[in-house]
Design a protein around this ligand. Sequence first.
Ligand SMILES: Cc1cc2nc3c(=O)[nH]c(=O)nc-3n(C[C@H](O)[C@H](O)[C@H](O)COP(=O)(O)O)c2cc1C
Length: 193
Amino acid sequence: MAYTPKILAFAGSLRADSWNKKLVKIAVSGAKAAGADVTYIDLKDFPLPIYDEDLEKKDGLPANARKLKDLFLANDGLLIASPEYNSSVSAALKNAIDWVSRPATGEAPLGCYDGKVVALMAASPGALGGLRGLVTIRSILGNIKCTVLPEQVAVPKVNDAMNPDGTLKDAKVQASVEALGAKVATTVAKLKA
Ligand SMILES: Cc1cc2nc3c(=O)[nH]c(=O)nc-3n(C[C@H](O)[C@H](O)[C@H](O)COP(=O)(O)O)c2cc1C
């Protein structure tokens, strides 16, 4: 691979023992194996107030939003595993997306999302694996200029599906999550060629 794809990976959960944090790390290993340079972050390390336009007008972008935005700008692709809350996107993920979307003076609107190659995944102890939340996340990111890969993985009954070391018991599902991470890397490399 001539170009080394740069990929940012995170979960849409703040929970310390999050299944989605474990899941996205599987995709990270797939992306790394495909030659990508991957930065994994925990949104809990970037606490943000609920987006409030008055607050932004008064104080500007919070320091953590700026840090997150810089990470988005520095990467070509995103690996996102997110829980489904009440059939939709988690507030933590939506709030981060909203803050990061705010343009600073001189920045192109949605410049930090434009052309970003994104893979989505979800894990849930429930029967649908968070699949309904992915529909919403795909719609949001597609509407703000991301290229969201058609492939995605939702892992149902995740509390029974994962080994203590964070790998998935079903080798086929494990491979599909690794392949999803690799697909972001290879897609970015093709686009940059
Ligand atoms: C407010 C709330 C709403 C939830 N709604 C759903 C839901 O709609 N579908 C689902 O599969 N699980 C739902 N769950 C359960 C989550 O899937 C479960 O807590 C999961 O472990 C969260 O992901 P995490 O382990 O990555 O933190 C909900 C949990 C919370 C706290």
